[in-house]
Ligand binder design. Structure first.
Ligand code: EPU
Length: 441
């Protein structure tokens, strides 16, 4: 949301940068001195993977929106820039952002923004149905593999969209408007389900999304859309039914809790043999992850919107396979491996969601872990101790995992490239410090 990214062809409303002051000058490394058992309470912020989609949903109807429980993270700032580019404006006051969406939108997302955040691609369905055209730079691959978007495009095509790729930019149009249809996804892709859902709410007629993603963040998106006047049924199950409506109107919404943030702190405390209570997060969002922590020797207590985890001296080894919700979340995989690095035996983690999510392994091995990847399988031979050193935090969850490892290691760990943490964790270092960790930026 900087002032110099505005496109020449639309009138901008006044925008205020929403980058939080605590992060604006943040240094790029996290220093951890391991050995302190973490203990205390934390409250989960709003979910990154919900709020980004909510901001896109707001493009579906002009007017003023208020979104509460918004985490102070970089990805929200980047989505703010995307909205700004499209012609909307975002203003942040603490955990609240207000979004002003004009009648006319500039339907494009340039490469500069899509490259910084792949989730920018999610504006495709919303812009197509609202404006009738969209120009969105095609995201490339990343550290997780090639990450294609074929399912997004197939679904929208079945609804009447046409796409042409010109010079790296996807030019989309819907000459006869979008109409509801039955779309059956090959894989319950979160992004494809969301892109199709965001288009379906304003498309003509009935859309059924089969083999849909069931993530709680998606159910939260549907609840915002329904508050805006949409008719979405079944979000959170494998079959979502949408009856298109002619128009929507603005609504206010409170973002659902970030289960990945909650789970990361739970694993951080457990890895140190400490105890944590995480408030404001329904433990059923982390059913499989908490079950695996229990099997590894953690004591877990659950209530409706909080849970507590107490860690063992050393975890027992586990076999885990990542799967779409309600399976074990791929975004908890690196943190879980960091936890199991000190297990009393050999664990096996199979990555089923991403083709390549293994760069963090070499970094953990530099700390004395004994881990190797064979195809999609990660074999973790537990070691007695890790020893701190300098490591690269190559993505959000890798940086979190390496910090978890650092909390248990002898001596000092420096996690470089820690700006990845800022993409997904609000006040990461401060929260860990409040739990007794010796950590700073
Ligand atoms: N896929 C395809 N074709 C498609 C779409 C997806 O092959 O058309 C593949 C992907 O390449 C990937 C798998 O399907 O291997 C899952 O992708 P999905 O579409 O479900 O993921 P996403 O929507 O791109 C969201 C989260 C990710 C999270 C995944 C899986 C957001 C902004 N991102 O990505 O979050 O890992 O779902 O749950 O919601 C993170 O928060 O650290 C993060 C990476």
């Amino acid at each position: 949301m900087t002032g110099d990214t505005s496109p020449p062809n639309h009138q901008r409303t006044i925008t205020i940068p929403i980058m939080s002051s605590t992060r604006a000058g943040a240094a790029n490394s996290i220093r951890v001195n391991g050995g302190n058992p973490l203990s205390g309470r934390v409250r989960a912020h709003g979910a990154k993977n919900a709020v980004l989609k909510h901001m896109v949903a707001m493009l579906l109807a002009p007017g003023r929106y208020r979104l509460d429980n918004v985490p102070g993270i970089l990805d929200v700032d980047i989505m703010g820039e995307v909205l700004d580019h499209v012609g909307a404006s975002c203003t942040r006051r603490g955990p609240v952002i207000e979004v002003d969406v004009p009648e006319r939108l500039n339907p494009e997302a340039p490469l500069e923004l899509v490259r910084r955040m792949r989730a920018s691609i999610l504006i495709l369905g919303a812009l197509l149905v609202r404006v009738g055209t969209a120009r969105v730079a095609l995201p490339g691959g990343d550290d997780f593999g090639s990450r294609p978007i074929g399912m997004h495009l197939d679904g929208l095509e079945q609804m009447g969209a046409e796409f042409e790729l010109r010079h790296g930019v996807l030019e989309a149009s819907a000459p006869n408007g979008l109409r509801g249809t039955e779309v059956f996804l090959e894989f319950p892709s979160v992004g494809a389900t969301e892109n199709i859902l965001l288009a379906a709410v304003l498309a003509k007629g009935r859309t059924v999304i089969g083999n849909a993603a069931r993530e709680p963040e998606l159910a939260d998106l549907a609840s915002l859309l329904n508050a805006m006047g949409a008719k979405v049924d079944g979000a959170g199950t494998s079959t979502i039914e949408v009856i298109g409506v002619p128009h929507l109107s603005p609504a206010d919404h409170t973002v659902v809790a970030d289960r990945l943030e909650a789970g990361t702190y739970a694993l951080a405390a457990a890895a140190t043999g400490g105890m944590i209570t995480v408030e404001g997060c329904d433990p059923s969002f982390l059913r499989m992850e908490l079950r695996k922590m229990e099997a590894a020797g953690c004591t877990v207590e659950r209530s409706e919107d909080w849970f507590s985890v107490a860690g063992p001296d050393r975890p027992e080894p586990q076999d885990i396979a990542t799967l779409p919700f309600p399976g074990f979340h791929t975004d908890m995989h690196p943190q879980m491996v960091a936890f199991l690095a000190r297990a009393t035996g050999t664990s096996l983690v199979t990555e089923n969601v991403y083709a390549a999510r293994f760069r963090y392994i070499g970094e953990l091995n530099r700390m004395g872990a004994d881990i190797h990847a064979d195809g999609q399988h990660v074999v973790i031979r537990g070691v007695d101790r890790l020893s701190g050193c300098e490591v690269d935090g190559c993505d959000i969850r890798a940086a979190a995992a390496l910090t978890v490892a650092g909390l248990t290691a002898d001596g000092e760990t420096i996690v470089r490239d820690a700006e990845h943490i800022d993409r997904g964790y609000d006040g990461f270092v401060e929260t860990l410090r409040s739990l007794g960790a010796d950590v700073d930026r």
